[in-house]
Design a protein around this ligand. Structure first.
Ligand code: C2O
Ligand code: CU
Length: 426
């Protein structure tokens, strides 16, 4: 059920959010690989909504994109999503209507493997979110009450949370000495890219966006909105250690605690930070080798995109001094801002390559619905194209899932500002 609900952040107050079953993040949905998943939605919100199952290559009609795969579920209405939970992996779900995602409509989705390529004794899901106290609004310059104007260049998040808890009242994840612990790191944040590390423990990367990779050890990883990483942590260093994720904005790092229950340790100091946040080995995507990654075929079709944009001035130029110019954000792919943008037309069975170059000052986590693509040596569905990247990022996919799918930046406000295209099978 989707409803308006009060959400309390310990020590910070009570906030009016739009939530799945009154929880933030929404309830973890778990299925076994290959199971049929049925999720019944009842919309008690004042607006229409949809639920997108981010990352799962499901049937197009279940993808939850308003006006493209279904009409929005109206207030008071319902919808049943039904699809095969496959392949196994760490996924997420969220609203795909406007800026609703930043009202609190996000949650983790986990499809467990029949046979995992790694062994572990316990697992936890860590969902990282940036949190708004009020309702989300498009970025730009706005007329506030009276004649004052306000520049809103970034959403006014008040905190970064792990599983709904703030740094000063963190979630505690318990382990026993000798255990191997699998962590599923899920990022349904509106805009925040994190650098993640754990004090005293290296991270062994085992999955990118749910897809298995040869285990690879690092001290830290960066991940953006829409991305997921699974990591293995070997509990061989008894104590209570900070788990932290420092953001690419000014907010204090998101925090949690890794606590050995057989060691009776004192909690880490509030300012204790994992060494991996500032030093050590940081994961580079090129380091990883995916398992079962399809060979890249010679592409039948290539799309080249330049990602660009930022704040755009409108009006106020004609009579300087009268009213300040309006600022709106516009984010483009080859100069076009959705919905005034051409679809990418592809044919079933084709090998498709999408090349991305980022000429803007912001990184763009680019997400494709309904497919995994190959990037470097791994499979993913969301990849950060870093600001002013000289090197093009190449995404290779096989067109094997007919329908109309979105390809967009997973920074919610960049998507809202136009950085989105439809990929259509013709
Ligand atoms: Cu999480 Cu259109 O995506
Ligand atoms: Cu972007």
């Amino acid at each position: 059920m989707l409803e308006k609900a009060q959400f309390e952040i310990p020590g910070r107050g009570i906030f009016e959010k739009w939530l799945y079953n009154g929880q933030f993040p929404g309830p973890e949905i778990r299925a076994k690989e290959g199971e049929r998943l049925r999720v019944a939605i009842k919309n008690n919100l004042p607006e229409g909504t949809t639920v997108h199952w981010h990352g799962i290559p499901l049937q197009n009609a279940m993808d939850g994109v308003p006006d493209i795969t279904q009409p929005a579920i109206p207030p008071g209405g319902g919808f049943i999503y039904e699809f095969n939970a496959a392949p196994a992996g760490s996924y997420m779900y969220h609203s795909h209507v406007g800026l609703q995602q930043d009202r609190g409509l996000v949650g983790p989705l986990v499809v467990g493997e029949k046979n995992a390529h790694i062994a572990y004794d316990r697992e936890y899901t860590l969902t990282l979110t940036d949190f708004l106290a009020g309702a989300p609004a498009p970025l730009g310059r706005m007329k506030a009450a009276g004649s004052a104007t306000m520049d809103m260049l970034a959403p006014p998040y008040i905190a970064l949370l792990i599983n709904g808890r703030p740094p000063e009242a963190p979630s505690v994840f318990q382990v026993k000495s000798g255990e191997r612990v699998r962590l599923r790191l899920i990022n349904p944040s509106g805009t925040t890219i994190y650098r993640f590390a754990i004090g005293g423990h290296p991270l062994t990367i085992t999955h990118t966006d749910g897809r298995p990779v040869e285990p690879f050890r690092v001290d830290a990883l960066r991940f953006g909105p829409g991305e997921r990483y699974d990591v293995l942590v070997e509990a061989r260093n008894p104590g209570a250690w900070p788990i932290a994720a420092s953001p690419d904005n000014d907010l204090p790092a998101a925090r949690a605690v890794l606590q050995y229950i057989d060691a009776n340790p004192a909690m880490p100091r509030a300012d204790a930070m994992p060494e991996g946040l500032t030093g050590g080995r940081l994961l580079q995507l090129e380091d990883l080798r995916g398992l079962d990654v399809p060979e890249v075929r010679k592409p039948n079709r290539i799309f080249n995109f330049v990602l660009a944009g930022g704040m755009l001035k409108l009006g106020g130029m004609m009579n300087p001094g009268s009213s300040p110019p309006m600022l709106i954000q516009e984010w483009t792919m080859n100069g076009q801002a959705y919905p005034n943008a051409e679809p990418l037309e592809i044919h079933r069975g084709e090998a498709v390559r999408i090349r991305l170059e980022n000429q803007s000052a912001m990184p763009h986590p680019m997400h494709l619905h309904g497919h995994f693509y190959r990037v470097g040596n791994v499979s993913k569905d969301t990849t950060i194209v870093w600001a002013y990247s000289k090197k093009r990022v190449e995404l290779d996919l096989v067109a094997d899932n007919p329908g109309a799918w979105l390809f967009h930046c997973h920074n919610l406000y960049h998507m809202d500002g136009g950085m989105m295209r439809v990929v259509r099978y013709v």
